[in-house]
Design a protein around this ligand. Sequence first.
Ligand code: TXA
Ligand code: MG
Length: 347
Amino acid sequence: MDTKVYYIDEHDDEIIKKAAEVIKNGGLVVFPTETVYGLGANALDENACKKIFEAKGRPQDNPLIVHVADFDISKYVDYIPDNAKKIMENFWPGPITMVLKKSQIVPMLVTANLDSVAIRMPSNKVARKLIEYSNVPIAAPSANISGRPSPTTIEHTIEDLNGKVDMIIGGDKCEFGLESTVVEVLDDKVTILRPGAITKDMLEEIGLTVDIDPAILKKPDGSLKPKSPGMKYRHYAPKADMTIITGRIDRTVDYINHKINELKMQGKMVGVLATDETKHLYNGGYIISVGTREKLGLIAANLFDTLREFDKIDVDYIYAEGFSEEGLGLAIMNRMKKAASYNIINL
Ligand code: TXA
Ligand code: MG
C-alpha cells in the first residue's frame, strides 16, 4: 500500500480534512495525540476496524479505545455514572480513558466481545479536528507494531507502519509520551487498569474512591487476570535483554558499571538507561539519559524513544535505573517493567 505522509500541525485544515475523508471511506490514518500516536479508523465500521488489527498484528482479544471530540457520549454507552461525569469535567479533553458499559452501536470487534467500551477525548488539536471532520468516533490503538514501544514521534510510526496504512499525519513529539490512564468507572468507585499521566492522587483529589487493579502491580502469572486485556501482553519490548536496577542510586551505578565491564570482556555491548544526574558516572557502554529525576514528566515523554534508540544501536543488553513508583512514577515503572519482562534487581 502506498502510504501518504504529511508533516502538519493543527492549522493545516486541508490535510486534516483529507485524512477525515480517508476515515469516512473506511481507511486507516495515523495521527498524533498528546499521549502517543494513534492508528485510527471509523469506530462504527467493523470492516475498517478489522484493518487496524491486521496492520498492527494485534491479537483479536485486545479491545480498542474509541476517541471522541464531543462530551455527549450517550450514543456509545449504556449508562453514565456520576463518577464518569466528574472525570469528564475535570480531565477531558486529556490523557484519561474511561471503560463504561457499551451500547449496541459499538461493534463487538472494537470491544473484543466485552460488554464495555473504552472512551477518551484527546486534547491534541490535530486529533480533535480529525474526529470532528470525520464526523464519526475514531477507534485507535497506539500506532506501533504490536509488542514494540509505543510511538511518540511521527518517525516511529513511519518505521512501523509505512506501507500498511493509507495516511500518516503529524509532526510534533507527543507531550506526555505514555499512553492514557485507563479507568473502569462504576457508581461507587473507579479502578485504574493502566496507569498514566492522570494519577491515583489526581483522581482522589476530585473526590473519587480509587482502586488499582492488582494485576498491574506485579508480574502476570496467570493467577490474576488483568481487567484490561492489553496489560497481559509483553509490551514495549526492545530487542535487547533488559534489566531494571532499583534501590540506592550509588549502588545501582556501581552494579551497572561492573556489568558493563564484565560483558565487554565477552564482546557484548551494554546500553544504559541513565538520568542527567548519573550519566557521567558510567565507564563505557552506550549511555542514554532519559532526563532529569527532577522532572518525571520529561522522563515519561522520552522513555519509548530511548527504548527504540537502543534497538537502533543494537545493544546486546540494557541496564536501566529504576524510579520510585509514586505519582507518575507508577506509569513509568509499569512500562519499564513490561519492557524488561519483569527482570528487576533490587539492591
Ligand atoms: O493514550 C492512549 O490511550 C493511546 C492513544 C492513541 O489514544 N491509545 C492506546 O491504545 O494506548 P492501545 O490499544 O494501545 O491500548 C488500549 C488499552 C489496552 O490495554 C486495552 O486492553 C484497554 O485499553 N482496553 C480497551 N478497551 C477496554 C475495555 N472495554 N475494558 C478494559 N480494557 C480495555
Ligand atoms: Mg498499545
